[in-house]
Ligand binder design. Structure first.
Ligand code: SPV
Ligand code: MG
Length: 531
């Protein structure tokens, strides 16, 4: 059912309806969750939530823009406090059209002059609108609504301005005749007497809406028995939030600590829930490619021997290439492919490795251990989609892209085929050499390491691999084997890969040509700067 229709029903049905004030999308949602059938978008609290006065200091377009968020956040109808309609009959026509466009169910306009003042401030001085002029504004509003059920309520301010009951009745009758759907009769008294006198005389010629802010002691039964159509709790969510915010701010200022405050405030997950994050999470499952979130383990424990003193105080991974530490560049590269949760294994000069965006695991035995041992310290971080890399490589991003595009559930290595026939110790032999042409057939690793005759090497592993779900498991098994046979402390990563092959698991190769440097010495550092 349309919100206009629902609001019309709330106004016209015999049973009383209660409207809860809200001043933004969040409070609108809170009001709806509490069970309210409709929302009062209060001019007072909307302005106050922006820190401005209830004197039309917000422009009408700001109000419309803001109330649109409320209408979007709530599925129950929103009734806007439209003040005086923000101008004459013509402004009223535009207001009604805009409110319909943003899904607001109806509007209340009051018979004062623009710019208005809140009814509880200097009320005796408030000028009232000319009855005929205000009646024309009502008629203009009704004539411009496209949706027959849009609700226009006329608010009579005669009692507020001290003009008395007969003036109030005269105005209510005129606004009825002009086509208003209901009358809101407002009072600033703490007793409901003048409101009840009005109700007795009015005898429900049109439905009546009340705002019992000042006569708050009046029982709801008294409203029901007088066939009041709608009661508005006009400002209580804002006032509740003011008290809570003041208390929290004072407490934090006094304590300089969150200890007392944290248990008192809504949990963060409650904020996310109210924002509707569950719906987004569901949509992400439906619309985003189903990819495991990418994580990374970077091995940066080793000292690096050939730097002529350069790494005495700074670990290799923190040497700068084009002004950025090698490690920071790698983390940026991974992040560019959605890589989160990077874990860096530190050793030599661990304290000097402090790049943002990574978690650290320390290998205190770095001097007497090697890569496989460092990796084993981060074994728990080998997730279902993990990049494992040496912390001293500088590479072009297309190498990571190619690896991720080919990566499957197992283990995939990035191999530089331009270094075929090399003596590099991470040389590999695959089931076929790089032809430079596209192939549907995945390339499978046959042998890795020094057992490959240099002349037969198809390329060099660049120190970057991807583990899928199975691959992570296989590598963890290889770590377990090495631990069991006592080789873990001194094993290189390639030795673990030898173990994976020996266990009968396939390892895939993705060929690339150049575009990376393993910074092993000063010459490497110079080369990397040219990438
Ligand atoms: C509002 O909530 O902004 C109202 C009601 O108009 S009152 O503040 O009582 O005027
Ligand atoms: Mg108001």
């Amino acid at each position: 059912m349309r919100t206009t229709t629902r609001l019309r029903q709330l106004v016209t049905r015999p049973e009383i309806a209660f409207m809860m004030e809200a001043h933004d999308g969040l409070s609108a949602r809170i009001a709806e969750e509490a069970g309210f059938e409709g929302i009062w978008a209060s001019g007072l609290t909307l302005s106050a939530s922006f820190g401005v006065r209830d004197n039309n200091e917000l422009s009408w377009t700001q109000v419309v823009e803001h109330v649109a968020f409320m209408a979007e956040a709530a599925s129950v109808p929103v009734l806007l406090d439209g003040d005086t309609g923000y101008g004459n009959f013509n402004n009223m026509r535009r207001l009604v059209r805009k409110l319909e466009q943003v899904g607001v169910g109806g509007v209340v306009i009051e018979d004062k002059l623009f710019p208005k003042t809140n009814s509880f401030l200097r009320s005796e001085l408030q000028p009232l609108a000319d009855i005929a002029e205000f009646s024309g504004k009502i008629k203009a509003g009704k004539d411009s609504q496209q949706d027959a059920d849009f609700v226009l309520i006329a608010r009579v301010e005669a009692l507020i301005a001290g003009w008395g009951l007969s003036e109030a009745l005269k105005r209510a009758e005129a606004y009825h005749a002009a086509g208003a759907d209901a009358i809101l009769i407002h009072s600033k008294q703490s007793s409901p007497a003048e409101i009840f006198a009005f109700l007795a005389e009015w005898s429900n010629r049109l439905p009546v809406v009340l705002v019992p802010t000042t006569y708050w002691r009046t029982s709801t039964e008294d409203f029901r028995s007088r066939q009041v159509s709608m009661v508005i709790w006009a400002n209580h969510l804002l006032r509740a939030s003011i008290s809570a915010m003041q208390e929290t701010a004072r407490r934090l200022r006094a304590d300089d600590s969150l200890l007392a405050v944290e248990p008192q405030v809504a949990a963060l997950h409650e904020v996310f829930r109210l924002q509707g994050d569950a719906e987004l999470a569901e949509a992400e499952r439906r619309y985003l490619p189903a990819r495991e979130s990418l994580s990374a383990v970077i091995l940066a424990a080793g000292e690096g021997a050939d730097f002529g003193g350069l790494t005495a105080r700074v670990p290799k991974a923190m040497l700068r290439v084009q002004g950025r530490p090698i490690l920071a560049r790698l983390l940026d590269d991974f992040a560019a492919f959605g890589g989160r949760n990077a874990v860096v294994v530190r050793g030599h000069r661990a304290e000097a490795i402090d790049v943002p965006g990574a978690r650290f695991v320390d290998n205190p035995d770095f001097a007497s251990t090697s890569e496989a041992y460092s990796l084993s310290l981060a074994e728990g971080d080998l997730g279902p989609s993990t990049l494992v890399a040496f912390g001293d490589i500088v590479l072009k991003r297309h190498l990571i892209q190619a690896l991720l595009e080919e990566a499957g559930d197992g283990i995939t290595l990035a191999v530089d085929s331009a270094l075929a026939g090399t003596a590099d110790t991470d040389r590999i032999m695959a089931d076929h050499a790089d032809t430079g042409r596209f192939s549907f057939e995945p390339v499978q690793l046959r042998v890795i390491g020094e057992t490959v005759a240099p002349a037969e090497a198809h390329g060099v592993w660049i120190g970057l691999m991807h583990l899928g779900r199975e691959g992570a498991r296989w590598l963890a098994e290889a770590i377990g084997e090495a631990r069991a046979d006592g080789s873990l402390r001194t094993a290189r990563l390639r030795d673990l890969l030898v173990g994976v092959l020996a266990a009968g698991h396939p390892v895939r190769v993705v060929y690339g040509r150049g575009g990376w440097v393993n910074v092993n010495d000063v010459a490497g550092l110079v080369d990397a700067s040219g990438l």
